[in-house]
Design a protein around this ligand. Structure first.
Ligand code: F6R
Length: 610
């Protein structure tokens, strides 16, 4: 995710904001830049890649000046290049702007700006903002008024910082949806997206709320709402040490990433649901409706957790879009002689967008004439660049090695693809609306499911010494059983297997005794009664049972030793909720066993070798 740091005060700004950026590196980013205002001049230096590349570009003599603004970018619109890095400047080099978030109406605004003669130099959504501010500021409006006038024209989420050569000691910052704070020093002030960027200088901060705008000068700061009414804000004191806040106060990135899933689900859905039509808007597919209608078969491919998400996609697409779907391990697909032609849609799922096997499978599919799509998190990654089109997850960087928020983002993206393919075929507008509404409720339901964390933690205490575990589910929750088992084994090194619950009778049941914990994923869905029968079979053989059940379901209490509840949703969306307690369970068990949760042995975040 992107980071913002700004400074105004008596010291030289460039070095200070650069140090602040380094404190934000843990969040992940792919380019960086800074702007310095000095005696009516604006200097901007940007570089794709690590902050070290920006330092090299700055050389031994960074621009001098007492007001500076810096940014680390994690690409969402446009690849990570020098030109797309922030700060962005207006046509005449008066203004510089940094932005976190997504401007949803950027395409329309960009076209209008170009028509009015503006020269935009990047592919980002962010750049439109600086040109909108330019129109008002150069027309005579003070920076504060120009910024609020421009923000009134944009839809979407933002945390921004702006500087102008016309008001050389001023930083203007504004927030809607992306965090931002003002940090109070002695005769100097900072703005930042994260307190860790300024903690070396001060512990006193004022957190901006959505709809607020700050005018920050060396000797004072003011916070107003967008109607220019001044707000009185409390100053907060930061008690954490730097090491803790680099993970946002969480003990591990994995826990942080599990708990931020309500937000990442919001991001994958933002701007894409069209409730009235029971449909979706997927701007990045780059495939016409006519071409999508010509598709007669879908192949979903990926590795690991991405492959598990694909299995859920298969069930969704076959049920609602009535298209035959196959799920292939990418590593197998590429070495077979797969039946793929120009009517086959091959969809690669990859958090990193760099997994060698998935990339090779997509290249092979393309070579055979198939249309290819990517469901990818990392913008500008190789897979994202090579496929015909796709759906970005917008989940932010996933730093913990075990996939968590990317997995739920992938399932949500597959539901979007299902709606698209279904509405072009037999899915009625009423069915479409039901799924759209189900998706829109998911972030709040995920929040509720995650509130069960203390329950899961207590269950983890009981499972910490086990050496084996079995995970069972049916229908949409069979792949969740696979994913739950993978999470446990990869970070806690406990042997765990996932099975379709009924398959257990065909072999694995021999393993069951009173030492074997069995995790049942048993929400109230179309196969609930069948799962209950399987649970009876397991319990008769003495297993210790943990059941993931729908809120208020008391039917399993007599059979399960431990229960954890998830809210009710549509059957096809239950995996997004049912996997949450399983992620937490794996996490808490691994922590209790003293495992290195974020960096499990032998695993890499991105597997770029076959
Ligand atoms: C498991 C996990 C891996 C990845 C797999 C594919 O927690 O993270 O199984 O899912 O290596 O990675 P991507 O999605 O980056 O292609």
């Amino acid at each position: 995710m992107c980071g913002i740091v700004g400074y105004t005060g008596p010291r030289q700004g460039a070095g200070l904001v650069l140090d602040g950026l380094k404190r934000l590196e843990y969040r992940g980013y792919d380019s960086a830049g800074l702007a310095v205002v000095d005696s009516g001049r604006l200097e901007v230096v940007k570089a794709a890649g690590k902050i070290a590349a920006l330092e090299r570009a700055l050389g031994a003599h960074p621009p001098a000046g007492h007001t500076a603004l810096a940014h680390t970018r994690w690409a969402t619109h446009g690849a990570p290049t020098d030109a797309n890095a922030h700060p962005h400047t207006d046509c005449g080099g008066t203004l510089a702007l940094v932005h976190n978030g997504i401007i949803e109406n950027a395409t329309v605004l960009r076209a209008a700006l170009v028509q009015r003669g503006h020269q935009l130099r990047s592919e980002t959504d962010s750049e439109v903002l600086v040109h909108l501010i330019e129109e008002l500021h150069l027309g005579g409006a003070p920076l504060l008024d120009a910024v609020s006038g421009a923000l009134a024209q944009v839809e979407g989420a933002y945390g921004i910082g702006v500087v102008s050569t016309r008001e050389p000691d001023t930083l203007v910052a504004a927030r809607r949806g992306s965090p931002l704070l003002v940090a109070i020093g002695d005769g100097e002030h900072f703005i930042a997206s994260d307190a860790s960027a300024v903690l070396a200088h001060t512990r006193s901060v004022v957190y901006l709320d959505d709809g607020e705008i700050a005018v920050v000068r060396p000797g004072d700061y003011r916070i107003l709402d967008l109607a220019a009414v001044e707000r009185v804000k409390a100053v907060s004191r930061i008690d954490w040490d730097l090491a803790t806040i680099e993970r946002g106060g969480y003990a591990h990135f994995m826990l942080k990433e599990i708990l931020e899933q309500p937000e990442t689900l919001r991001n994958v859905l933002r701007g894409r649901l069209v409730e009235d039509d029971g449909d979706v808007h997927l701007g990045g597919l780059n495939v016409t409706d006519a071409d999508l209608l010509a598709v007669d078969r879908i192949v979903l491919t990926g590795c690991g957790s991405s492959w598990h998400a694909a299995l859920i996609g298969e069930y969704m697409l076959e049920e609602l879009a009535r298209l035959p779907v196959e799920v292939e391990y990418a590593s197998e697909f590429r070495y077979r002689n797969p039946i793929v032609d120009e009517r086959t849609l091959v969809v690669g799922l990859s958090q990193s967008g760099e997994t060698a096997d998935t990339l090779a499978a997509l290249r092979e599919a393309k070579r055979r004439g198939a249309r290819t799509l990517g469901i990818v998190n990392v913008v500008g990654s190789t897979i994202a660049r090579e496929v015909d089109g796709g759906i970005y997850l917008h989940a932010g960087p996933e730093i913990g090695v075990a996939s968590t928020k990317a997995f739920t983002g992938q399932i949500a993206a597959l539901a979007l693809l299902t709606l698209k393919m279904g509405r072009l075929r037999a899915l009625s507008i009423l069915q479409g609306r039901e799924v759209v509404r189900g998706l829109a409720h998911l972030p709040a339901l995920a929040q509720r499911a995650l509130a069960q964390a203390p329950v899961v933690e207590r269950i983890a205490d009981q499972l910490v010494a086990t050496t084996n575990a079995l995970y069972l589910g049916r229908g949409y929750n069979f792949p969740v059983a696979l994913e739950g088992a993978l999470k446990l084994k990869e970070i806690s090194y406990i042997h765990a297997e996932g099975y379709p619950a009924a398959e257990m009778k065909h072999g694995p049941i021999a393993l069951i005794d009173d030492k074997m914990p069995v995790v049942f994923i048993a929400p109230r869905d179309a196969v609930y009664q069948k799962v209950v029968s399987n649970l009876e079979e397991v319990k008769t053989r003495g297993a210790r049972v943990l059941a993931v059940v729908t809120e208020g379901d008391t039917g399993l209490a007599r059979l399960a030793d431990y229960q954890v509840e998830i809210p009710e949703t549509l059957d096809l969306l239950t995996p997004i909720l049912s996997v949450l307690p399983l992620q937490l369970l794996a996490y808490y068990v691994a922590v209790r066993r003293g495992c290195n949760v974020d960096q499990p042995r032998n695993l890499a975040k991105s597997v770029t070798v076959e």
